[in-house]
Design a protein around this ligand. Structure first.
Ligand code: G6P
Length: 602
């Protein structure tokens, strides 16, 4: 959510900033801007919409002398996506960019307005620059002024500030939103994640909450509440992991197609002939654990929900799943015999991260399942298992969901092995099924075309229900979320058996039902539920190995004996379905309106 890039040095700054912002664009893309100070001269450019609009606006600008520069791509929190609300925000002689939310901004703004500051935007961010100048006008000391500013901010932030009052320095602060500093000889880079600086910086330092400081003359001075502190840089991979579309129309499409391959990576070295092992875990770490609590948001929450069936069924461990934003404020009872698992593709989701910090404060052992190494959630957790999906750029998550679910299934079998909760033959059956997952994720000839053709009938009507039972209920939730996110059509996921308790009142010829009807799990039960809907004239798209006479549309899947193989095969179908509806509606598949890939505000 929002992206920040900064650079001090002699290289051409516009290119570094635009390049970096493009890497972060999928995190927020309703406006963008950058500011440069070179020879004490301030330059500032902003544009509404994507980075290419900013690039078009700045074609004639070049900055190749020594200078300081900051850039930002925005996902609006306070104020509409307009140029005035785009970052960087200008005071009288300084610029600021910021990710996160300043919770006490209204109070600070009122105070600053009383001293004569005039605000032009509706953002909370603009407060930072006015507050800084308010202090600096009195102290005439930019560092002390920045320190005083940071001390007055409440909330989550990562911020960079440049000022004519000290035109060779970038001031930075981090609390609750990610920020890192990259180094290459005398050049210093800042970014809110490492992709913008890969290939540019050779070393990196990931800032911790409460740290602030400044960069000048090729050096960084770092402080926290206790004063100046030393820090250790670590090597940064030079391998540009930046995803390319590889001939696909959209990142999301490419990511759906690569699920089969990445799943083998997820399993590599972990799934053996007759056991599942994680080098990240051991029985000592799990000693004393007799229940699991999982916190996550969005798609990650759906994978958590699917896994709760597996933890109870296979590992025989009670497992409760909670949406992180709900968990945080419910005053949860946390006991030390609980393993606290967080799931996050990005590793930066603010609500999930805060839930994790709460669990740690309560003394719980923590494990994260994440796709991004060195992310805040990975660093905060006692142990982390990486999903190895590779960078996911489509805002609608696909391969991250698949690999999270896979890791959780593997984990449930790992626990089953340690606690001997199921016979070794059953463990072997699970492992045999796991090995077949890459096959279940392959997209057979003609399937994508079939889905493309049938979606033309699903562009109108008054809404969708995705229904399923057992693990296919979370898959129904995820199928509905995918469709909502990129088609902007109303879709709900529902447990099939629950439809008769209210939602069936909506059934008529304008209602679309996508029914997940696996053969290997409760087939007769879900069949009855779908028949009840069909009797009320709802349109039925049945996804099943078993031909179903009452279906208006039917997508046939394989007769797999293991429910998880059916799960993954149906997951791909729901993903392609959402993609094709979105394409037909002319939407931006990879960067759907109002969303962001990583939500670093609560
Ligand atoms: C955002 C994204 C969703 C994602 C959710 C949780 O809302 O748009 O696709 O599922 O955040 O993200 P995480 O990175 O924690 O899995």
């Amino acid at each position: 959510m929002c992206g920040i890039v900064g650079y001090i040095g002699k290289k051409e700054k516009k290119e570094i900033l635009l390049d970096g912002l493009s890497e972060l664009e999928y995190r927020g893309y309703d406006s963008a801007g950058f500011a440069v100070i070179e020879n004490k001269e301030l330059k500032n450019f902003k544009a509404v919409g994507k980075i290419e609009n900013l690039a078009n606006k700045t074609t004639h600008y070049l900055s190749d002398g020594f200078g300081v520069s900051i850039g930002h791509t925005r996902w609006a929190t306070h104020g509409k996506p307009t140029e005035l609300n785009a970052h960087p925000h200008l005071g009288q002689y300084s610029f600021v960019v910021h990710n996160g939310i300043i919770e006490n901004y209204q109070e600070l703004k009122t105070k600053l307005q009383a001293t004569g500051a005039s605000f032009v935007s509706q953002t909370d961010t603009e407060t930072i620059v006015h507050l800084f100048e308010y202090h600096n006008n009195k102290l005439a000391n930019p560092f002390e002024s920045f320190k005083a500013t940071v001390a007055e901010l409440d909330g989550a932030y990562a911020t960079l500030l440049i000022t004519k009052a000290d035109s060779e320095t970038i001031y930075f602060a981090k609390n609750g939103s990610p920020m890192l500093i990259g180094f290459d000889d005398n050049d210093i880079y800042f970014a809110s994640s490492d992709t913008p600086i890969i290939g540019k910086a050779t070393q990196v330092y990931y800032l911790e909450d409460g740290e602030y400081g400044y960069a000048k003359d090729g050096e960084v001075k770092l402080f926290d509440a206790k004063g100046e502190k030393s820090f250790h840089k670590q090597a940064l991979s030079m391998d540009k992991a930046s995803a390319q579309k590889d001939g696909f129309r959209f990142f999301m499409e490419k990511e759906i197609y690569e699920q089969s391959r990445v799943m083998s990576e997820t399993m590599m070295g972990r799934v053996n002939d007759d056991s599942v092992d994680f080098e990240e875990l051991n029985s000592y770490f799990l000693n004393g654990i007799d229940n699991i609590k999982i916190c996550a948001c969005g798609t990650s929450y759906h994978s958590a929900l699917a896994s709760s069936y597996l933890f109870e069924r296979l590992s025989k461990i009670p497992c409760v799943v909670e949406i992180a934003s709900e968990f945080r404020y419910k005053e949860p009872l946390l006991k030390k015999n609980t393993l606290f698992i967080t799931i996050s593709q990005s590793g930066e989701t603010a609500d999930t991260l805060e839930a994790l910090k709460m669990a740690k404060r309560a003394g719980l052992k923590s494990l994260s399942i994440c796709n991004v190494d060195n992310s805040s959630i990975v660093r905060e957790s006692d142990r982390a298992i990486l999903t190895r999906a590779g960078i996911e750029k489509g805002v609608a998550s696909t391969k991250a969901f698949a690999t999270q679910t896979m890791v959780l299934w593997m984990l449930s079998v790992y626990f089953a092995g340690i606690n001997k909760t199921i016979p070794s033959e059953q463990i072997k059956t699970e492992i045999d099924a796991m090995i077949h997952v890459p096959r279940a994720l392959l997209i057979p000839d003609g399937l994508h075309e079939q889905i493309h053709r049938l979606t033309k009938r699903y562009l109108h009507g008054h809404g969708f229900f995705f229904i399923g039972r057992d693990i296919f209920f979370p898959l129904a939730l995820e199928g509905a979320l995918k469709l909502k996110e990129i088609s902007y059509l109303h879709a709900e996921g529902y447990p099939a058996g629950e439809m008769k308790h209210g939602p069936i009142a909506l059934a008529d010829s304008g209602l679309f039902t996508v029914a997940l009807m696996p053969r290997s799990l409760h087939y007769d039960k879900i069949k009855s539920n779908v028949e009840e809907l069909s009797a009320r004239d709802a349109n039925i798209l049945a996804i099943s190995p078993e031909p179903f006479k009452l279906a208006d549309d039917f997508i046939q899947t394989s007769y797999d004996s293991h429910p998880m193989l059916e799960f993954f095969e149906m997951m791909v179908i729901t993903q392609l379905f959402a993609l094709e509806v979105s394409v037909r509606l002319g939407n931006d598949v990879d960067m759907p309106r109002n969303l962001a890939k990583s939500v670093t505000v609560e």
